[in-house]
Design a protein around this ligand. Structure first.
Ligand code: PAF
Length: 289
């Protein structure tokens, strides 16, 4: 595995690899790799000639009161994981390398950001879209891999690729779950024993909502209410939001839900004593046509 810190060097090696017809799979991350990242890397390894992993904690996507400085970093451990997963190139630029020139443009995300987590983190997705656009220009991958645990981020990247006609296939990788259904997350360690036992109920609540819609419930507010009550009763945790939108447009669905065939996302954020957990499911809805 080759570690590359300079943009120009990364562009040079990618040019050479592509000239010899190699297919490039790209996994952008902020490092501190966990099982979710490893699933993305495995998918990329299985389906491309060359795998590029980037590790860059992007200051642009952190708000003034967020944890940019405290964000966990462990490059030596990450390097080892990357090697084990068969990564060919690890792109590891400094903040200065990525943002050394004063910016003359920044990508402003106009849609899909005023809901879910974007509502609570103004400017976050502008920072994500800007850095991902830069990384795409540097790595020029054929395929880019993103985890559906961050479904809103995936929706934003989908918009970016379409708006700018980028010749990149967006590969959405399913959320990795524990055996009992709890979505894997570094934040699960903040759950105490009794909370950990109850936390799988979140996934059950998502399935409950999906099944109600599949069974013909047309009132979105009824589905949300049923889920909120289920979570409150089964976990005692505080529901921050339960939302249902069309996916990936993240357009509001009004009641009664429209007829047709489209994808739906049900997403939730719930606060336990120390952990704020998010989860979602995306599924195909097909009614009435
Ligand atoms: O999901 C992440 O780790 C980051 O938001 C990303 C896509 C690497 C951009 O900094």
């Amino acid at each position: 595995m080759k570690i590359i810190e300079k943009i120009i060097d990364m562009q040079d090696v990618m040019k050479i690899e592509k000239e010899t017809g190699k297919k490039i799979g790209f996994v952008p991350t902020m490092g501190f790799l966990h099982e979710g990242h490893q699933t993305l890397l495995k998918e990329a390894r299985d389906n491309n000639d060359i795998v590029v992993l980037s590790i860059f904690v992007n200051p642009l996507q952190f708000g003034p009161n967020e944890d940019f400085d405290a964000y966990p970093r462990d490059i030596l451990r990450d390097e080892q994981i990357a090697k084990n997963m068969g990564v060919d190139y690890l792109f590891y630029p400094s903040v200065d390398e990525m943002y050394k020139d004063e910016k003359t443009t920044i990508i402003k995300v106009e849609k899909r950001v005023d809901v879910l987590c974007g509502k609570h983190r103004p400017g976050h997705f502008d920072g994500v879209a800007t850095v991902v656009m830069k990384l795409f220009q540097i790595v020029t991958p054929h395929k880019a891999y993103f985890g559906m645990k961050d479904a809103q981020q995936v929706a934003v990247i989908d918009g970016l690729i379409n708006d700018y006609h980028l010749p990149i296939e967006l590969v959405r990788v399913e959320t990795v779950r524990e055996e009992d259904g709890l979505a894997k997350s570094s934040r699960n360690v903040y759950l105490n024993e009794s909370e950990r036992e109850k936390a799988p109920k979140l996934f059950q609540a998502l399935c409950l909502g999906r099944d109600k819609l599949a069974d013909g419930e047309k009132a979105i507010h009824e589905v949300k209410k049923g889920m909120e009550e289920f979570i409150a009763l089964q976990t005692g945790a505080k529901v921050e939001y339960v939302e249902i939108y069309a996916y990936p447009t993240l357009e509001e669905l009004t009641s009664p839900i429209r007829e047709g065939k489209f994808n739906i996302i049900i997403a939730l954020a719930v606060k336990f004593s120390k952990a704020r957990l998010i989860d979602n499911i995306v599924f195909s809805y097909n009614k009435g046509e």
